[in-house]
Write a protein of this length. Structure first.
Length: 82
């Protein structure tokens, strides 16, 4: 599965769990934060797609997604990042 497709799948999972993904610039990789009781995953838009995908996977791996359908490559990534 191509990296862009995995990124899109992770973004869709985040959306289904009411987590917004924000691409910002700065001197950081990113992570999960809560602003006004809303969950956001902030990723550095200047990082390569691989790093952005890893940051999102790291954040989503903290959720209980055992009952959620996802493609095997995405589930494998999340399990590795947990």
């Amino acid at each position: 599965m191509k990296l862009e497709a995995i990124y899109n799948e992770l973004a869709e999972i985040a959306k289904q769990h009411d987590i917004k993904i924000r691409k910002e610039s700065g001197l950081f990789k990113g992570g999960l934060c809560i602003v006004n009781n809303e969950r956001h995953i902030v990723v550095n838009k200047n990082m390569p797609l691989e790093i952005m995908t890893t940051v999102i996977a790291d954040c989503l791996s903290t959720l209980d997604l055992s009952n959620q359908y996802m493609k095997p490559a995405v589930r494998e990534l999340l399990e590795r990042r947990a």
